[in-house]
Design a protein around this ligand. Structure first.
Ligand code: FEO
Length: 181
């Protein structure tokens, strides 16, 4: 008896999004490694914590695919993009990445609506809400660097920003809790 409750198209799209989340984890990891090299331990810490959160997103997709009786396919993860050229550039890249990810999430919502797969549609609502939070977080990074002076931020402002981000609460815990719900 076939117990797979996902269509081929939805399975493919969910698997692709699972890989995208793994890619996001790699992106934040690589930006964090870059920040360490630049001496920004606080910003690096923030980026590493966020990498962990992206990995939780990946697991959420994997668990859902399996819960619905389909096959989760773990593939190679594309390499992260080039290192940022500055903290300003780093935060711009983070913001753009999150906007692009929101588009990918919306495509999945559309597809599940088209196929009248209401279970997947409902599952995806968590990510719609999550992307709203992620974009807000990325926007707040943009605001912080803007106030610090943007591309021309002075060392003292960057020092303070680094200290500030070391303590900035992120959504890591929340994502972990949601995974357990
Ligand atoms: Fe998994 Fe940053 O979105």
């Amino acid at each position: 008896m076939n117990t797979n409750r996902l269509s081929k198209k939805i399975t493919k799209a969910l698997n692709e999004q699972m890989t995208k989340e793994a890619h996001a984890a790699q992106i934040y990891l690589s930006y964090g490694a870059w920040a360490v090299g630049q001496g920004y331990a606080g910003i690096a810490n923030f980026l590493f914590r966020h990498s962990h959160e992206e990995r939780n997103h990946m697991m959420k997709f994997m668990e859902y695919i399996q819960e619905r009786g389909a096959k989760a396919i773990v593939t190679a993860i594309p390499a992260p993009p080039a290192d940022p050229t500055s903290i300003n550039n780093c935060f711009e890249k983070v913001f753009q990445h999150e906007v692009d990810n929101t588009s990918a999430i919306y495509d999945l919502v559309n597809l599940s609506h088209e196929e009248r797969d209401w279970a997947t549609f409902s599952f995806m609502q968590w990510f719609v809400k999550e992307q709203l939070e992620e974009e807000t977080l990325a926007q707040s990074l943009m605001n912080k660097i803007k106030i610090a002076g943007g591309e021309g931020a002075k060392a003292e402002a960057l020092y303070n920003l680094d200290k500030d981000l070391e303590k900035t609460p992120d959504e890591g815990k929340k994502a972990e809790q949601a995974k357990e719900e």
